[in-house]
Design a protein around this ligand. Sequence first.
Ligand code: C5P
Length: 226
Amino acid sequence: KQYTALLPAAGIGSRMQASIPKQYLSLGAKTILQTTLESFLHHPLIKQVVLVLHPDDCWYQKLSVSQPHKVLCLSGGEQRADSVLAGLAKLAADEWVLVHDAARPCISHQDISALIAQVEASQQGAILAYPVKDTMKRGNAQQQIINTVPREQLWHALTPQMFQAGELRDNISAALSQGLAVTDEASAMEWAGYTVNLVKGRSDNIKVTNPEDLALAQWFLSQQTD
Ligand code: C5P
């Protein structure tokens, strides 16, 4: 069985302080977006990629992408969740979809496979995540510590996150209409009462956000063997 990947890539990456959107910055020979996209296009369990771009995007058409026939491009919205909803609108309700930040180019084939295997075994939604290592503090507006948050149960939420398209669409729409901040797919599904499984992924699956992340991502990619 093969699946669809949905890549929200409609952000402008303001924290990157670059003149072009961060997904078009270079990581060695390829841009961030090309690297992420090709990881999915080359995975044997992925049949197509729904790529959500900014309405004013004029960079994508200049990229040379392998297997362009497997990529469906759409325009995104104001927030990440709006861009994800735009992509979900193109999918059948009972189709399982892997939603992945375009800004996470270091995603490995093993992690994509592990996530799919967990969903196939459980028939429940799941996300890649990794356990928190540092001691965690809650702080107030004055940057004083309120307390220490026990870290035993804390995980960093990564992507991809895999759910059935129809349920995900309904729950993101409902959560947004209730004023919830939907910063990942799982938050809408948890809120709606679904069980969502955590699949331990690699900590090098970083989201390129700040300028220093670029060199780090490039180094992680140079270390990958699969
Ligand atoms: O801004 P942030 O790093 O959280 O964005 C995560 C992903 O969501 C990025 O790949 C970005 O391009 C995408 N995004 C989007 N539509 C938006 C905002 C962000 O597709 N309106």
